[in-house]
Design a protein around this ligand. Structure first.
Ligand code: F0G
Length: 488
C-alpha cells in the first residue's frame, strides 16, 4: 500500500527487521487513546491531596517516592509490579484455592499454564521474582564468575553478587542512548559477549542472562533473531542461557508487531519459541501474569530443576506452593494465559505508548521508542542544570509528586548503587524517571492528567532545585534512601 508512514519508517530502519508497520509505534503519528478490551465492574475511590499536603508528604518521605504513603498518592505509577487489576475469571479462581500444604490442585493448574504458555517442562513456585532469582542464581553462580546480561536489574544484580558473582553488561550500545529508535534495543551484543569469553574464558561465565523487555533500558524488547543466534553462540561454548522472562508476553507482542515473519503468529507460539532458546527462566508473576503476588522459576533442564526444588523447601515453602497460597497460584495460572492474549496486549502496549506520545508531542525528553510497561523521562535532558550527584532523576520524581500527586520512580544512579569493589557511586548513562503503568488499572484520562503534570514541570524546569543524599542503606538503597533539597 505504501502510505507516507511506511515509506518514512522503512527509510528510518533501512528495512531492518520491520516488515509491517504499526504506525502508532512512532513518535510523530497522531495517536488516539486505545479502547479498552474490558469493562469496569469494581472501582476504588482515589483523591488528589491538596498542595500543602503534597508538600508536607514528600518532605516527610525524604524526597523518596518509595517512602510516601499510598493514601497520599492520586495516580500510582511507581511500579507495574503487583499492581494489576485482576479479571472476574481470576477472582473466581481465587475462590477455588486449594489450601493444602502439599499437592494443591492449583499448583498443577499453574504447572499446566507454564507448560502451555511458555513451553517449560519443570516448574518451581516462589513467593515472587526475587525468590526465584535467589534459587536460580545461587545455584548456578560460583565465586568469581561473571554473568553477562542485557543490562542489569536491581534485584538480579544483588542475587548474582551474593554468591560471589559479578553481573556485566552485554546489551547493544543503542540501549544506552535514549534517542536511538532501534526497534529491538534489548538485544544482546555478540561482540561484547565474545570479549568477556576471550578475556576470562568460558568457564568463568556462570551463564548468560537475558531479560525480556529490558526494564532498565526503558522496557525495550529483544528480537527472536537475537535469541536464536544467542542459542547457537552459547552452544559453541556449552554456556547455559537463563531468561528473566518477567515481561516476556509484552516482549512477544513487540516481536509480533515488529519482526518479519511473526505478523500473524499467536502470542503463545511466539512465547514458546522464545523460551525454547533458553535452559530456564526466572519469572516475577507480578507483571505479565496480572496478579498481585507470585513468582516462579521454570526450566527444560532436569538438573536445574532438581537442585532448585531441593532449595525451595529451605527458603520459600514446599515445592508445590513455594510461598504462595493456593488461591494465589490459581490467579497466576489464569493470569499467565490472559496476559498472553493479543487483544489485551495490544491495548496494554498502546496505552503506555499513548502517554509517551502525549509527552513527546510537547517536547518532553523521553526514552524512545516508548517501551512496554513504562514511559521513561530522560532526567539529564529534563534538568540539565543539576550535577549527577544532585540526583536529577530522584529530584524529578519528587517534583512530579509535589506537582500532581502522581507517584513515579527514580531509575538512575541511586538505583544503580555503588561499585561492589571500589565502593564508589556509579553514574550510568541512563538517568531516568519511570512512569510505570499498572495493568488494566488506570484510564486514558489518567494518562492525560499525568502528561499535563509532567509538561507543566517541563515548562518551569529551571527552577527545580537538586537533592543531597542524607541517609543511605547498605542494600538496594533506592528503596529507603533519604534526601534534602539543596538551595537553587
Ligand atoms: N526481574 C525484573 C526484570 C523485574 O522487573 C523485577 C521486579 C524482578 C526481577 C524481581 O521481581 O519484584 O517479584 O521480586 N521489578 C519491580 C519493578 C520491583 O518495579 O520494576 P519481584
Amino acid at each position: 500500500m505504501g502510505n507516507r508512514w511506511d515509506v518514512k519508517y522503512k527509510n528510518l530502519f533501512q528495512g531492518l527487521y520491520i516488515s509491517s508497520f504499526n504506525k502508532e509505534s512512532f513518535s510523530d503519528y497522531k495517536m488516539k487513546p486505545p479502547a479498552e478490551p474490558f469493562k469496569i465492574k469494581v472501582i476504588e475511590p482515589v483523591r488528589v491531596p491538596s498542595e500543602q499536603e503534597r508538600k508536607e508528604a514528600i518532605r516527610k518521605a525524604g524526597f523518596n517516592t518509595f517512602l510516601l504513603l499510598s493514601d497520599d498518592v492520586y495516580i500510582d505509577l511507581l511500579t507495574d509490579s503487583g499492581t494489576a487489576a485482576m479479571s472476574d475469571n481470576q477472582w473466581a479462581g481465587m475462590m477455588l484455592g486449594d489450601e493444602a500444604y502439599a499437592g494443591s490442585k492449583n499448583f498443577y493448574n499453574l504447572e499446566k499454564s507454564v507448560q502451555d504458555v511458555l513451553g517449560y517442562k519443570y516448574l518451581v513456585p516462589t513467593h515472587q521474582g526475587r525468590g526465584a532469582e535467589h534459587l536460580m542464581y545461587s545455584n548456578l553462580v560460583k565465586p568469581g564468575q561473571l554473568v553477562p546480561r542485557n543490562m542489569y536489574f536491581t534485584t538480579s544484580k544483588v542475587h548474582v553478587e551474593l554468591p560471589g558473582g559479578k553481573m556485566v553488561d552485554v546489551i547493544i550500545d543503542e540501549a544506552h542512548d535514549p534517542e536511538n529508535t532501534n526497534p529491538f534495543k534489548g538485544n544482546v551484543d555478540f561482540n561484547k559477549l565474545q570479549k568477556y569469553i576471550d578475556d576470562y574464558g568460558a568457564d568463568k561465565i556462570a551463564f548468560v542472562n537475558v531479560e525480556m523487555n529490558v526494564n532498565m533500558a526503558g522496557g525495550q524488547p529483544v528480537s527472536m533473531e537475537n535469541l536464536r543466534k544467542l542459542r547457537e553462540f552459547c552452544n559453541n561454548y556449552k554456556l547455559k542461557i537463563i531468561f528473566d522472562a518477567t515481561r516476556s508476553s509484552e516482549n512477544a507482542y513487540f516481536i509480533r508487531e515488529r519482526e518479519k515473519g511473526y505478523e500473524n503468529t499467536p502470542i503463545v507460539d511466539i512465547l514458546n519459541e522464545m523460551m525454547s532458546y533458553s535452559d530456564g527462566c526466572i519469572y516475577s508473576s507480578k507483571k505479565d501474569c496480572l496478579v498481585n503476588i507470585g513468582g516462579f522459576l521454570a526450566t527444560h533442564d532436569k538438573e536445574i530443576f532438581e537442585a532448585t526444588r531441593s532449595m525451595v523447601v529451605v527458603y520459600e515453602g514446599l515445592h508445590t506452593y513455594g510461598g504462595m497460597a493456593g488461591r494465589d497460584m490459581e490467579a497466576v495460572a489464569r493470569g499467565l494465559r490472559e496476559g498472553a492474549q493479543y487483544e489485551y496486549l495490544k491495548y496494554r502496549v498502546n496505552q503506555v505508548r499513548y502517554l509517551g506520545y502525549l509527552l513527546m508531542e510537547a517536547g518532553v525528553p523521553i526514552v524512545k521508542p516508548t517501551g512496554g510497561h513504562a514511559v521513561f523521562l530522560n532526567a539529564l535532558k529534563f534538568l540539565p542544570h543539576l550535577a549527577r550527584d544532585q540526583w536529577p532523576a530522584q529530584t524529578l520524581s519528587a517534583a512530579i509528586y509535589e506537582d500532581s500527586a502522581v507517584r513515579t520512580m527514580e531509575r538512575g544512579a541511586i538505583s544503580k548503587g555503588r561499585d561492589s569493589e571500589t565502593g564508589e557511586n556509579i553514574f550510568p548513562k541512563l538517568e531516568l524517571v519511570r512512569l510505570t503503568i499498572p495493568r488494566r488499572v488506570y484510564t486514558n484520562t489518567h494518562m492525560e492528567y499525568t502528561a499535563n503534570s509532567v509538561i507543566n514541570l517541563y515548562e518551569k524546569r529551571e527552577i527545580i532545585p537538586g537533592l543531597k543524599m542524607v541517609y543511605e542503606p547498605k542494600y538496594l538503597r533506592f528503596f529507603q534512601a533519604k534526601f534534602e533539597q539543596l538551595p537553587l
